[in-house]
Ligand binder design. Structure first.
Ligand code: PHE
Length: 334
């Protein structure tokens, strides 16, 4: 029995001495397994006297339990002090380390282009308006001289919105042109406005088509507004956005709400013509629809794709890049 007691004393001393010099959490864990683990020295000791007579066993048992408790307390206080010194270590700040870069966000290239275009037209004397993205069929088509079943409706592959109670025939606007009507209904000429905004079309996507995109609509209404006013205004606009050297070309095009209708292409940098927008003189029927007398008033309207303008300006060849949220793409426009 004496040998057992001595062994226990030695074990206690040995364990206490060893843990004192340990510094890492890993070493302390090894110590714990070695002494207090399921197959550690303490449980080994318990095993060794399990067949003894009960009197001796009880005495040794309580001694061994005391040692076990003592070692557990040592372990607890050691791990606590280790954690504390960890915190102290991390409190130390090394001023010579390089800083953590904090990358700020930036305005999306579509919005940058939109702002640039708005500012350009604002310089030319235009006011800026916005309008609803959910439109009624009346404003999106009928009042723009595109009646139901007119084949021209095919140009605008429309996304229809489910009827809500009495509110029927709603669409996600396929172009910003309905705002021409809203502006003319609510303002007296002279009118000189641009309306930027989001549009939606029921369309398969490819490099030049997205099912949602942005347009900017323009409208000028006054007495004696003619086709050359339109050409000079739009040409001046193109020079502001694309540079002094930009050339512009107008060719016939068809839109039911303008007559004559045109398509404006520009030529800048390379020697190719790229279509920038649709335009034309506001159709007399449209003026009638909003209660303006076509014999007194005339005007022009235009509509351009904002992503398209950015694609031309920055040489981007896939419109889907604007909506992919790829950081490599976006950060070029910081
Ligand atoms: N709304 C036309 C489109 O979406 C563009 C346009 C606007 C054409 C105004 C002429 C006048 O294609």
């Amino acid at each position: 029995m004496n040998t057992n007691k001595t062994y226990l004393e030695k074990l206690k001393l040995e364990a206490a001495n060893t843990i004192e010099n340990l510094l890492s959490a890993e070493d302390i864990e090894t110590w714990r397994i070695n002494y207090l683990g399921r197959k550690g020295k303490i449980s080994e000791f318990f095993q060794s006297f399990k067949d003894m007579k009960s009197e001796e066993r009880n005495e040794l048992g309580s001694l061994a339990n005391n040692v076990k408790k003592f070692l557990e307390e040592l372990y607890d206080s050691k791990t606590k002090s280790l954690n504390k010194s960890d915190i102290q270590e991390s409190d130390f700040f090394d001023y010579s380390l390089p800083g953590t870069p904090n990358s700020a966000g930036s305005i999306h290239p579509t919005n940058q282009m939109m702002q640039e275009i708005c500012i350009a037209f604002n310089k030319l004397g235009f006011n800026i308006y916005e309008g609803p993205e959910i439109e009624s069929e009346k404003y999106a088509f009928d009042k723009l001289n595109i009646p139901t079943n007119h084949p021209a409706r095919d140009i605008w592959d429309t996304i229809w919105v489910k009827d809500v109670g009495d509110i029927k025939s709603l669409v996600l606007r396929p172009h910003t042109s309905p705002m021409q009507i809203r502006i003319m209904e609510n303002n007296e000429p002279p009118i000189r406005v641009v309306i930027p905004g989001k549009c939606y079309r029921y369309e398969a996507t490819d490099n030049t088509h997205e099912w949602h995109f942005h347009q900017i609509e323009g409208l000028v209404i006054d007495k004696n507004i003619n086709f050359s006013n339109m050409k000079s205004t739009l040409f001046e606009f193109a020079r502001i956005i694309f540079g002094e050297e930009t050339k512009a070309r107008f060719r016939c095009d068809f839109f039911p709400f303008v007559e004559p209708g045109a398509e404006m292409s520009i030529n800048f940098k390379e020697n190719t013509w790229l279509e920038l927008m649709g335009a034309g003189m506001v159709h007399p029927k449209v003026l009638n629809n909003v209660g303006l007398d076509p014999n007194i008033y005339s005007g022009f309207a235009f509509g351009l794709g904002i992503e398209r303008a950015a694609m031309i300006k920055y040489g981007i060849n896939n419109i889907r890049d604007f909506y992919a949220n790829d950081y490599q793409f976006l950060k070029q426009f910081k």
